[in-house]
Design a protein around this ligand. Sequence first.
Ligand SMILES: [Zn+2]
Ligand SMILES: [Zn+2]
Length: 160
Amino acid sequence: MSDVPHHNEDLLALAKEISMKDFHQPFLHHCKYNSRLKSVGGRYLLTTHDIEINWHYAHKVGMNGLIDTIKHELCHYHLHLAGRGYRHRDQDFQQLLQKVNGIRYADREALPSRCYRYEYKCQSCGAKYLRKNRINLKKFVCGKCHGLLSLVSELGPNHG
Ligand SMILES: [Zn+2]
Ligand SMILES: [Zn+2]
């Protein structure tokens, strides 16, 4: 599918349009492609309030999939700015997502199969380990120094 916007300006225009149409509020930050995003369709950045879209993902899922992804990220955006529950587990988030007919999860078929969700770090040497599934920290230790591992981040399939 190649009907998705090619340039960041057009992607931004699309995000602004969806924001007005479905959320009745303007989107005042940046929305741009990030070709380095791998395991997620898009992400909302809490620090800058910008939205980044996985370029490869957008080109695979096409316009409808892209609109769904932008809607999802806009739910994070508007709730976060309004000081409401912007995380996936928050009721505010789930209700708003439903209201705008957004999607909870990215289309996994369009993401690389090596889609890591869990990031672990060795407490002794700092080595990082990316895993698809949770690991039992009582059973597994660092392969380099046998130090204890700890979970440092858990990535949702739809945002980073
Ligand atoms: Zn180690
Ligand atoms: Zn999300």
